[in-house]
Design a protein around this ligand. Sequence first.
Ligand SMILES: [Zn+2]
Length: 715
Amino acid sequence: VRPPAPEYRTATGGRPGAPSGGSPAASAARPGGGLYAPKPPPRQTSAPRAHPPPPAPTPPSPPSQRSSPTVSRPTPPAAPVDDAVPPPPPPRAPDRSPVALRDVLLQKAIVLQSYTPGQHRIVCPSCGGGSNGERSLAVHIEADGREAQWMCHRATCEWTGGSSVADAKSNSRRTQSESAMGSNTSVGTGMSSRRPGAGAGGAVKLPPPESLERVGPGETTPAAKKWGAWLESRGIDLSVAERNGLASQNVFSPPAGAHVDALVFPYMRDGELVNIKYRGEDKSFWQVKGAEKILFGLDDIAGAREIVIVEGEMDKLALEQAGVKNVVSVPDGAPGKVKDGPVPAPEEDRKFEYLWNCRAALDPVSRVVIAADADAPGQALAEELARRLGKERCFRVHWPEGCKDANDVLLKEGEAALRGAIDNAEGFPLRGLFRFSDFEDDISNYFGVEESSEMKGVSTGWKSIDNHYRVVPGELTVITGVPNSGKSEWVDALMCNLAVQHGWTFALCSMENKVHEHARKLVEKYTGEPWFEGKYTKKARMRPETMRQGLHWLDNQFVLIRHEDDELPSVDWIIGLARAAVMRHGIRGLLIDPYNELDHKRPQGQTETEYVSQMLTRIKKFAQHYDVHVWFVAHPRQLHNWRGEAPGLYDISGSAHFINKCDNGIVVHRNRDEKTGSLREVTVMVAKVRNKVAGSIGDPKLEYNLSNGRYEDIQ
Ligand SMILES: [Zn+2]
């Protein structure tokens, strides 16, 4: 004698008619408990037709909301609604999913970003939020996610109201009983109560319970026993299998082209069978043709505020084995990869239509843990789900090393590890929103700053300067000084030191230097010998071999960015070439000298302040992205009644943004008064230092060597 078959109700209500297979005796004795246990008679299955209630006055058609493909907004109130003109059939299976609060609110033209319990604010559809399009409508969703009240705070509008899923249901029930039996077509927004699906049209063939052989503890058929043993080999208890309604069925397998004993995963909603996923012995899968796509285990998340979504039915069973029951599985596994572009409108989102079909259950959930497989398709699935469910409420699970999915973790690491992985799910990264721990490396690096740390920068080659300014990759230093103060020459000397001591290479965009002049200054500093004889000193000029050696060294350490046209170069042009120089020559430094020689055409309506701010932002981004230190030389504006004193950073033409945006601000100043000291004395005023690890403000002094252009620490 065959063991008793499980019992279930189909969506049409009641048990299916005559058994099409299996023993007729089977229906006589039904086991107690389990998903297939007898349930009270189903509600609302008498009429297959529902009409939406009349829509709110002048509802705008929300573009992203799903509506009937042929009716772009709720049908106008043509009372009494009847079937005189049946709407044309939609191109897809009619919406049989339960009413969600979003469906109810859509009838009032209220469309929210999310439908989680709590307060939401939107532009009022009744008054449009006035001329400013104010978000004047406050919508409060109750804790159960099934009821909402709203109020517009604009005095000229003050639209208030409330609606609930329960109201809508009784409403649609009334409409149903009033309307004649007829077309099975969905109208409007899917604002229908459950309907007997495509089954009414005879398209979906769900098996009668008699054809299903229970998989669970105790006496079962040989086929069911075999599947039971397989489940146990995957770490799933038979009691868990039974609670989830698993069964064996001898059924035609499209992949195999023959009848096989397949494992049955019943997709239930409110205790009704909606779809079946079959698993063949050869690891093939198929589903009931034309059946509505929903999540597996949907009834286990009814009313839940926190849920887990997994990639397969076996993962759901594994989590239940570990004590986590508020779990659903997607019906179709993972997509190949994340699709580009925006999320399609629900009516075109066929691959994820199960989310839409389960919106009544998913909308009120405040925490969604996505526990997809630890492979590329699994990560793509996680991303696609989060995009649709709203990343702000989605969390992602990281499986232990070497584990692929929940079932894998259960087998290899055990129940506690599986629970732990779910508990430790991490929030989905939101673009632009961070926690301090996202910068952990940076921060601990900062805590453990050592002499060698990059944050501390590299030595300038001068002891007195190092106390105040060190060269940190990724920073921007603005340098100013009156004409002939030697500001450009000091940067040249600094770059030579960095090249010799640290092997740095540089791109030079030096617009006031002729190339041969610049070569002379750099080679003199490198060799320590004068290019010409007798100009400032009696020292003999460098020999031709020395010059050639110097030139060879220059060639290795510097590249030139030069604008050959008559027009002035733009900052973006320089940054573009500097990027190439990073790739090709590995430059660590970029000199732009001076700011005043750049093309400063700015868009109409942009102030100089805005222009300078945006330009410096682009330079800083380049510096940070490529870890290049940028020196930006700027002349001060014309100083009136100047008596030889040093200018300040605020004297740079083009606003205070030079000081606000730069990491370091330096004023180079040369003494021009013999009475106050040596004429060779140069003050390197470090007027701003953002990075306190690298330096501090101060006025260190250097001595200029007339014969070779070097700067030296004052002994
Ligand atoms: Zn209003």
